[in-house]
Design a protein. Sequence first.
Length: 1064
Amino acid sequence: MQSSLPLTTLGPLPGVGRRSTTSQLDSFGVTKTVGARTSDAAFKRLLELEAACRSAKLGAQVRAVLEFERLFRQCPFPLVVNTGFLKLTELFRSSPNGLRYFLLQTFFRLRPYLDRVLSDSELARRVLAVLGMTDPLARILALRTLGCLAPRLRNRLDVQHAVLRRMSSTHPIEAAAAIHAADQLCQYSPTFPKTLWLTLVHLINDQRTPDVAKCRLIYILRHMHSDPVLAEPARKLCGRWLNRPTHSELALYVLKTAVHLAAHTLVDVDELVDRLFGYLHPAAIQTVPPLWRREALVCLIQLIPRATRHPVRHLWWLGESIRTVRSDPQSVRLAFRALDKWLGRPDLPALTPSEIPRWWTLIDHCEAWVVVPSSVLPTDVGKGGAVSKLPDHASPLRAAATLMTLYRTTPVVAPAPVPVDRAARTLRRLATLLVELLRAEHTAARRRAIREAFGHLDRLGELTTPDVRATVVSDLIGAYERVPTGVRLEFDAKVFRLARHLETLPAYATAADLWLARNSAQVPAAHRLQVAAHVLLAEHSAAMHSCTDEDDNRERVCHLAFRALLDSMPRDGDVYLVAYRSLRVLAQAGYWRPVDDLLALLNTAQVESPAVALWRTALGHVQGAEILLLPDTASSPSSSAPTPASATLLTYHAEISRALAALHAMESLGHPRRFQIWFLECHRDLRELCRRALFHLQVPADVGATAAVVADTYALGVVTEDLYRLIHRLVCLRRGFPALDATAHQVLATYHLVATMLVYQLCHRARSECDYNKGSPRIETVADPAVVAYYRSILDAEPRAEITTVANSTEGDSMEVDGDGDPDLKAAVSELPADPESPLRHSQRGSADRLAYKLARLLPFDLQAETPPSDAVLCEALELVGTSSLQLPPYWFNSPQLFDLELSADAKTTVHGAPLMAQRDQLYTVKLEGFLQSTDGVAQPTPGPVTQFTAIEILSVVSVQPTLDMTDLDLMANLYQHFLGAEQVPPIPGAISSPALHRFAIHQGAFRGELLITLPMHLPTDADRVVHVHVCCALTNEAACRPYLTNTALTLPIQMEPPTSIAH
């Protein structure tokens, strides 16, 4: 067993940049705290930015203005956003035009936060002040600003009339800015189109209106579909312009406007579809301009799903467009998208025998695009083997997506099966194209194309045979030499994920093992290490998928090969980074022997982030504890006597306690690890209870096997009571973390069942032997129906079968692995495989099921049986549970939740002029505000599941305890049920006031409100001078009609003073 080094020996990781974890300097030289997400810190930052905006240097002002976007992204509290917008608009009113231009850009980027602005009248007043100036450039910037602020100022009449007046301006640029503002107001306001209609028609029919302005004016008509009274005249106006035989820009805008109106009103859809397909007729290829063909395809993509007639000739015309416009890749891609829309209809007609050959011809036209064009072949090879000239990659990928639809649709429209041979040929071509894409210069667009290509390979592989899929995976591994060295690690991770999706992990393991043996001298050490780790995972997954128990001999052989590989590697920064990533993956799979070697390697390195060092230390202690439970003949010869289970479990308890200490230290650095801590605590307590029960049940060796030994029944009763508490905590874990993946739910449900079975058997034994007159505890057991049903499903299943989880999973299984607070490691670890359908991901679930399966056949789940289980059977069951391998679900390695709930509170007394020290029996007002933002495991927040929550319920309670543990959190969940109408629940320990429930509405992820807190008159003891107001939150989903208890809680300490005689 490899011992972990002290934390003081862990230093920075080579190759990873250093950064401060506490404070840093901003662009103005002001020290600010990194990660401060409270309203107080945000207002302090606002004052700093406001002072910088008053600088005499324009550059400093511009930098301060651009800093507002970062501030709003980090702290989008409603009051902070409202104050920031007021400061920006005031700066817009009093600044020169040069700074107003950068303010306009800032307003455009801050549009997602406009819904949190409260003072829309002040915004309008300050911008309209600029619109009344004599400077035309200032008026143009003000009109553009009104267009950016239109989502918030859409219903203000003064803004609407100001825009209407400027639309008739003789200055062409000012008129264009006014038209843009009017277009934005029409998009968000339901009443402005009616106000604008007369002015709009007048300007369109006016001969003095320039054609450029008339195009923009006609395009505003697309918003008239919201009013049925205006939709009909707008449609007729567009119809009159469409009858003019011209291909001008104005006619094109009229066509786009008519299509938009038809798509929303569903009037004249079929006629417009026929007109648009007329531009794609083979006879019109030479007469219709390419721009009109492209715009016709864009309009067809919008109208085809809404049309009622779909003649088959339209399908052949799209195929001819794909064949004849090879010189225009953009038109080809649009034609593929239109073809997807046509094939996506639910009422596809059956083709006649004469039309089936044209169907295969259409497939041939599409397959002709899934090749490596001449422009894709490397012509200018740069440094590292990367092609500097970017090829056209979008058209072949778009063709591959269309071909998948064509292959699946073939049995519907033609009496023929899915063309497996064609799908296999396309799969091989796409793999060749993927390798060529990797050789090109890696830009953001190219990386998206590579992800898209891997997705097409995954979906196309489902249509082919296993042999073809294995051949493609082997070919991709054989192409490693042609991939630039800078992207080989990412490419190997994607190939491994593809092999798992296509269920070709044995082929991956064989090909990768041969590739390592053939190229071990030329391949960089980091790449060899990652491929070797993936081979281990492939072998591990194959073993878990093919047999009931893990093949220990195969694991040991792979472990020795892995150790030999590590011994031959040089030590550099890239190797350490890949070793850390491999450590996370192998530990997640429960592959602890290679983890032992990786820990030995990493302990000789220097790690930059303290959180990473603590996380490694925690994994080292978990690994050390698990090695004690795994059979290891290399370290423990077979001739030696086996170690007693009670002694092994005692050492296990000590190692897991050290791991928990490291996790607690991570929380002190600001990285939430509440689920990880509570999960490990439950495992540690379960094994500790098994050890205690074994201590009281085991027969001493000098007594003899046949001697009747009476165990300490009272002590076993105490163990049973502790098992009850452990079951309660397991239930709390499942209730308190609704974003758990299905595997984590399954593992928790299995251990809930295991603990329940042990409780039932211990209670059965106590009822038969316990003398209640001697003070032994009487324990009543109530069978949980869900647990009983789960038990019966395990009895009816095979040992390796995957049992459906009892708990309902509220979120998906796909969760990215976080980087432990290190921004450099987040990007590196984000490529870790985490897929819901792979056998490797379910290995933890399978191991937990096998434990329950063995225990269910050892202990009968029948409390009505007359004969209790013997002590020998109970000892065997306890030893089985205690020495079973710990299964860490993937969620244990991931972010603690799918969203962040940030709270900020300011407690102020309602008595004006009251001192800062609080007095007893006083009414307090706590102003609370917060926001929700979803996270995908990286630093940037992304829109996601937070929009499903419509309200937040705040439960407040005053207690003398400074923190709430897991049991108290579960009691808070019970209190929610109590407020919803359930029965009375026990009070929270340490609470000195009745809990109160408050409900606030959530709008665009933000909320604000006030809590009224009554401080107690009498404290439990005179020593208690500080009380704590605990605020816990539950998110309400109206669709599910139940609250989602969150992990976020806020604690406000209040210093109490003795009561005075003055009445408040």
